[in-house]
Structure formats: C-alpha cells, structure tokens
Design a protein around this ligand. Structure first.
Ligand code: PLP
Length: 366
C-alpha cells in the first residue's frame, strides 16, 4: 500500500472543521497580530509546560536565539550544545556572536551526557543547551546539577519533546529559559512556522516580549534594538486547538513505538530506541540504528516506505562551521550516529496495518 514517512491525514482530518471555523473567525476579525488568541495560547502553553510564562515567537530557532539574548549571551562567551543536534541549536548560538562548543551524547539515549558536558566547560562557558532529541527527555537532574556547580545557565531545546517529562517535571520547565518549535511536523505543530519560550522568570519573560516586538513594550517607544519575531494570531489559534489533542496523539505515538519495539527487537543488527528509566519518550521520531543503513533505506524506498535520516551530517562537519576547524573524528559518537541512524514512519493515527507493513519489510530486508 505504500507508507509515507509522515502523513497528516489521520490526525488532521478529524479537527478540520474546528480549524476552518477558527480561520473564518480570524479572517473576519481585525485582530491578526498580538491579540487574544496569542494571549490564550501563551496561558495554555505555560500550563502545559508547568511554567509561569510562555512567550509565543516566530519559530524554534528564534525562540533559542531570544532565550540566549535575554541572558545577555554574546561575543566572547561559549555555549555547550550536543554534537548530534539539529543545526538550529548551533545556529542560535552563532547568531548571538557566542561560540558553540560541542559535547558528545550518551550512546544509549543519544541525549547529552552529563559527564561530557562537565568536560566541555571552560572559563568562558556561560550556558548549556540540552536537546530532548527524538522526543526523549534528557537527564535533567544531572545536567542542572553540573550547570549549577559551574554557574551556567540551562536553556532547554524542547522542539522535539512537547509533553515529555524527566521524573515528574515537564521538559521546558527545567532551564532558566527554554525554547521550543511548533514547525508543522513537530509533535505539536502549527500550520506554518511558530515557536515559544517558557520560563518562570518574569523579568526574562518581559525582556523576551520586548525583544520579539522591535524592542518595544509601548507602541512607538523603542528601548533597545529589538526584532520582529512574533507569533501571529492564526498560528496561535491553530495551536490552541491542536494542543487539546496533544495527549491523545502522544499516547498514539507511544503505542506505535511499542509495536516497533516488540516486533523489531533482535532483527539483524538493529539497535532500537532505549528509554531512560526516568524519562518520558514522546516519540517525535522512531529512530533505529544499523550498520546497513544505506542498504535498508534503499530497500524500503523500493518497497514504497518513506524514511529520513536525523541527521546525516553532524554540525561540526557542516561547511557552515568550517571556521571551527574540526576534522572527521573530532566527535566520533555523533559521527557514528550520523552514519547509522534511520527514522521510520510514525504519526498519530498510523494504523496497525501500516506499522505491520513497515515491520514486515524491515524483517524481509534482514
Ligand atoms: C525543529 C527544531 C528546531 C528549530 O525549529 P524551527 O521552528 O524549525 O526554527 C530547533 N531544534 C531542534 C532540536 C529541532 O528539532
């Protein structure tokens, strides 16, 4: 039957009417920017994150950038990021003028290893950005402990783990200020670009509200050189609707991951996702590893099954970061992961038949 890597149909069609009605309402209103839908979204998302404040912004990269800016991080500073993260985490650091410094992930969870974090700290380090990669919460207690010992800010990159928890505390509530993305394919996705910052610090929240809106809190009064990085009313309203279903959609992702865990265990040289006992995994992605990644991906493509690689080239080997002068071998864990990881289809509402077909073809290949 053919299985795409991601299909919106199963979870978007049941809410189509609700979404269209909201669009009509906003279309007919005169309020398109910084209005009631954004206020409502910010309250809803703060509640979901167990934080005092949420600030809607233009996208995840901007949420990371504004988080760093609000803490005064810039030229001369170092910020530690995982060596296997998506490029956006690293770009946000570069935008501020600070230097990104890589630390290798844990080989079981692929999340930042607190020991490697400790080893990457220098006198210039100001902050660390743990990334809850693929949807699994990082070991936040240890990461926060290391950061506190060295007087570093923690800024979570929660783009892939909406609704996840470490122990009983949600991702996006551990750092002093935290960033997330609602890119359409994320677990909570808008119908375009969107992002948010979460924090318990009201001063930082106010700073970010000003920075996202031209450096202004009062119309035509500009206190500093700010940006236009707002979240618009349409996206905020769509997110308010979709947020109501996040729990259910997450549970569906976890059920599908369970089928894969049961059926793919012990097949060929496959390494399946490993859950840390204290972490929730919300399976933004279901990522397997194999020494035969190229062959498996090609085979699945031939049999009409979509896969993606998250991510094929680690940031330190990207041309954009050639100035950092890293050679192949500098971060062997990230490099090995880049050569072996493969994300297989998963989305809320994916049927058991569809998952079975993916499983069957993977077994067939091995
Ligand atoms: C998606 C993503 C981002 C960037 O979000 P955008 O909204 O696309 O700018 C940042 N970090 C991680 C880990 C992501 O997955």
């Amino acid at each position: 039957m053919g299985i795409e890597f991601l299909n919106f149909e199963a979870f978007h069609s049941p809410i189509r009417d609700e979404m269209v009605e909201t669009f009509k309402e906003i279309y007919d209103s005169n309020s398109l920017i910084l209005g009631e839908h954004l206020n409502q979204f910010e309250r809803n998302y703060a509640t979901l994150s167990s934080t005092d404040q949420a600030i809607g912004v233009s996208n995840g990269l901007d949420a990371l950038f504004l988080s760093l800016k609000s803490l005064g991080i810039g030229k001369g500073d170092e910020v530690i990021v995982p060596s296997n993260t998506y490029i956006a985490t690293v770009l946000a650091v570069s935008y501020t003028g600070a230097k990104p410094v890589f630390a290798e992930p844990d080989t079981a969870t692929y999340n930042l290893d607190p020991n490697n974090l400790e080893n990457a700290i220098t006198p210039k380090t100001r902050a660390v950005i743990p990334v809850h990669l693929y949807g699994q919460a990082c070991e936040m207690d240890s990461i926060v402990a290391v950061a506190n010992n060295h007087d570093l800010y923690v800024i979570e990159d929660n783009a892939q783990a909406h609704g996840a928890k470490f122990l009983s505390k949600p991702t996006g509530s551990w750092g002093v200020v935290n960033a997330t993305s609602f890119y359409p394919t994320k677990n909570l996705g808008a119908l375009g670009d969107a992002g948010a910052v979460t924090t318990d610090d009201n001063k930082l929240a106010q700073k970010i509200r000003i920075l996202r809106n031209y450096g202004s809190s009062e119309k035509y009064i500009n206190k500093e050189i700010g940006y236009n990085k707002r979240l618009d009313e349409l996206q905020a309203a769509f997110l308010n609707i979709k947020m109501k279903y996040l729990k259910k959609w997450t549970a569906q992702r976890q059920v599908i991951a369970g089928w894969y865990n049961d059926e793919l265990n012990g097949i060929g040289d496959l390494i399946l996702p490993q859950e840390h006992p204290n972490s929730t995994h919300v399976y933004h992605l279901y990522v397997i590893r194999t020494g035969q990644r190229e062959g498996l991906q090609k085979y699945l493509k031939k049999h009409d099954i979509g896969t993606l690689i998250h991510y094929p080239i680690p940031p330190h080997l990207q041309r954009a970061y050639s100035e950092l002068n890293y050679k192949k071998g500098a971060f062997p864990v990230a490099e090995q992961l880049a050569n072996e990881v493969l994300s297989i289809p998963i989305w809320p509402g994916m049927s058991e038949e569809q998952a079975d077909e993916v499983i069957r073809e993977i077994k067939q290949f091995f």
